[in-house]
Write a protein that binds this ligand. Structure first.
Ligand code: RUB
Length: 270
């Protein structure tokens, strides 16, 4: 029991400190923690860690109702495989794909496409304040995908092609929550989607359908010292970690259910 508690607490700490990040990784880790100590108290504790993650809640609900860890893990794997195949078909030769933050669903699909011989490159943003964009860049580079990184505030320049760089022709964003009116993803996502739309670049949300919820999802505000450690007193700092992206900016949702318009996706999940 002592050992289980220790492992449970370690997962809690890693989720809390964003060492474990991204909706999929969080849900998987929380499932592992819950299977160590499957009680109402531990479920409540796990849910309190990341308020903007409905997949975490959906997975723990299923586990509580008796779905096995193996069945849930199979879902993740099969979803990712289906997403990979859709993304492979979507990517055209010499595409420049723009992405933000770090999404397991997006990164895995890009790596699959590369392995299957697709020729494309990726532009990404560093994603202040925790620089998850570096994780994306490292993983893509390791898979031998050409990747170019920009600071977040360069997004206007990048998506309008006002640089020596060519203009991206697709935006792939992950999602934390899929809602009736749009999605929630890393802060900065709606600005990206708006600028992409202005520049006629299609925006694809790449996400497991288990991220869907009919409930209201709050936006997590993270620690202020992530933005400015030991900031001078009397400077107010805010650190919203996520942002709502209205469905009007979304071209298609790519999930295990197919490549669907927002309307058709909603018909399938609700
Ligand atoms: C991660 C983030 C990701 C989604 C989707 O934010 O916004 O795009 O979670 O991820 P953070 P995935 O790093 O703050 O958790 O595709 O991995 O489920």
């Amino acid at each position: 029991m002592h050992n289980k508690k220790k492992r449970f607490n370690k997962i809690i700490k890693d989720i809390k400190n964003v060492k474990i990040q991204g909706a999929t990784n969080i849900a998987k880790a929380a499932l592992q923690a819950y299977s160590l100590i499957p009680t109402k108290v531990s479920k409540k504790k796990l849910l309190s860690l990341r308020p903007t993650e409905p997949m975490l809640e959906n997975v723990l609900d299923l586990a509580e109702k008796g779905k096995s860890v193996e069945e849930i893990q199979n879902h993740f794997q099969q979803s990712q495989e289906k997403i990979n195949k859709q993304i492979f078909k979507l990517i055209k030769k010499n595409d420049i794909i723009f992405t933000h933050c770090h999404s397991t669903n997006v990164v895995n699909a890009l790596i699959y496409a590369k392995k299957k011989g697709k020729k494309f490159e990726v532009y990404n943003t560093e994603t202040r304040p925790l620089y998850q964009g570096r994780k994306t860049a490292k993983q893509l580079k390791q898979a031998k995908i050409k990747v170019t990184m920009f600071v977040d505030s360069a997004v206007g320049i990048v998506l309008s092609g006002e640089q020596k760089n060519k203009k991206p022709n697709k935006v792939f964003l992950g999602a934390d929550a899929l809602l009736r009116k749009g999605i929630i993803n890393k802060v900065g996502s709606e600005v990206i989607a708006q600028i992409a739309k202005q520049n006629k670049i299609p925006v694809y949300i790449v996400a497991d359908s288990w991220k869907f919820t009919k409930r209201r999802v709050p936006i997590e505000n993270r620690k202020l010292n992530e933005v400015w450690d030991k900031a001078p007193k009397n400077i107010r700092i805010k650190n919203p970690a996520f942002e709502f992206v209205d469905k009007k900016y979304i071209t298609k949702i790519v999930s295990e259910l197919g490549v669907l318009s927002y309307r058709d996706f909603l018909k399938k999940v609700s």
